[in-house]
Design a protein around this ligand. Sequence first.
Ligand SMILES: [Zn+2]
Length: 254
Amino acid sequence: MRDPLLDIRPGDRWLIAVAHPDDETFGCGSVIALASVCGAEVTVVCATRGEAGEPVPGSADGADLGAVREDELRRAAERLGVRRVELLGYRDSGFDGDLPAGSLCAAPLDEVAGALGGLIAEIRPQVVLTLDGSDGHRDHLRVGAAARRALGDSAGPLLAEHCLPVSLLRRWLDEMRAVRPDTVYHSLDPAALGRDDADITDVLDTARVLDRREAAIAEHRSQVSPFDGLSPDLRRVFLTTDHLARVALTGRTR
Ligand SMILES: [Zn+2]
């Protein structure tokens, strides 16, 4: 049987489930672009409008940050070759602290999974790609959990998580400490961050779509790119090498 992750063909359908505008680009943008240039019809479903993000000073003054970020998401998605963007309408839970009413993490998991499940039933994707949440953001963890719940034990699409391997994340943290000493990630325990390298099932070379990825990154003007200030070597690794972990779902015999 064809492996839809490694042998992407025209007409394939992919569903990308993320939490915030920019996850699709800063996270798995190169994989989306690769699927798209191979002819896949890619849908991005974004659970929130990212209104709890911290805008670049001056980038969203006086504006509704959620609206600004939704617009950035749609522009970036176009750059990546995405066919369709859907928003689930939850509020951004924020990185930590009390959960706002209506936020993604305040909603019952079954409800979020139900919303994703509706799209899965409609689109019938071969591949569902989500975040592994190993950067520590609770919304990223939540959307991944909802995707697993949505796919449950049915024989359905291949589910894969886009991962930040520990080895790569440590290099990123080391460089970020030097260039952005105030970043929120410094408050996290480095030992708890990142995905065990042994969990990675697929490493994709996405260098051929680097231009699309860069164009999408540039659309997220209100957000500080996590790649700003990195050394050219490490930046290139981040933007052209993608680490995925296939998820074995209960009841599946894949
Ligand atoms: Zn995010």
